[in-house]
Design a binder for this molecule. Structure first.
Ligand code: PXL
Length: 290
């Protein structure tokens, strides 16, 4: 039987404070009408950008969780992975995808490992190769520009022309995914805008979407972006509409947050924006990348 409420396996960490990973994936996908089955990769006191974080890696526990799900014959409409607790987990996630996915399963890999030119505090360098292998099994990958650079063995660029963006996206598609997406793009023609680009390797079209940049940095926006993208594609939206809705939601979440002062940890006030996920698409501003 078809799942009456489509079901997503969400393979991410659970960070108790700081709104990222499962604490944003679950509310976003639930609001968008999906059941979320979390498979926690690690449990943390906070995300790793907050000093003194405590991390308990669940690599040794994960196989028994997966075995139980296999025995229950659970079927997933989507598999969506993000932050992993160890490089060894990438292989486990790969096996999970191979076992649980069918040709109709939406597989999204967000290769969470780096930003602003650097690997995150808990990331071993082997994670880069492992995430690259995992991406081969995905339909959609959503690296930021730093993660894309690590995956492709390139320098993190200061700026990119539209032609170069196409080359980066094609290089990511060569790893396997049909819809590679790059976020935080330093696109020369879009200065002052927070820009994402994507390639549909099935029809050969490149897409751009974005919103004006807000002069502040917030944690967890990559997780928010990829969660909305996953939900939107699962709802049946086209790639450019899914990109646009994701950019729109991240921008709204930033705007509802930006007006407050005294927030200590650059956290997004997600709950103040969640209900906008129910809004119909009234205006989309995506563009074809010529
Ligand atoms: O938002 C990405 C992310 C997810 N999970 C953990 C993190 C980070 C980024 O710092 O530390 C634990």
């Amino acid at each position: 039987m078809k799942n009456p409420v489509p079901r997503v396996a969400a393979i991410h960490d659970l960070s108790g404070y700081g709104r990222c990973s499962l604490t944003v994936v679950i509310p976003i996908l639930s609001t968008m009408g999906f059941e979320v089955c979390p498979l926690p990769t690690a449990v943390l006191s906070t995300h790793t950008a907050i000093e003194g974080f405590k991390l308990y890696d669940l690599t040794d526990q994960i196989p028994s969780f997966i075995d139980h799900w296999k025995a229950l014959n659970i079927r997933f409409d989507a598999i969506y992975s993000g932050f992993l607790g160890s490089a060894k987990q990438a292989e486990m996630v790969g096996d999970f995808i191979k076992f649980f996915s069918t040709p109709n399963t939406l597989v999204v890999v967000d290769p969470v490992m780096a930003d602003f030119g650097k690997l995150y505090a808990s990331m071993p360098p082997e994670m880069v190769g492992e995430m690259k292998k995992l991406s081969c099994l995905a339909k959609v990958v959503t690296p930021n520009i730093t993660e894309a650079a690590f995956m492709l063995g390139r320098e993190v660029p200061e700026s990119l022309t539209p032609e170069q963006v196409k080359d980066w996206l094609k290089a990511l598609a060569d790893l396997g995914p049909t819809f590679p997406v790059i976020t935080s793009l330093p696109l020369t023609s879009k200065q002052g805008r927070s820009t994402v680009a994507a390639y549909n390797a099935e029809d050969g079209r490149f897409w751009l979407a974005g919103r004006p940049e807000v002069p502040s940095q917030y944690h967890g926006t990559g997780d928010i972006f990829s969660s909305v993208l996953t939900g939107s594609l699962l709802q049946g939206d086209s790639l450019p509409i899914a990109l646009d809705r994701s950019c729109q939601f991240v921008a709204s979440a930033i705007q509802v947050t930006f007006g407050y002062s005294g927030l200590d940890h650059h956290e997004i006030l997600l709950e103040r924006a969640l209900n906008t996920l129910h809004a119909p698409v009234t205006y989309a501003s995506y563009e074809l990348l010529p």
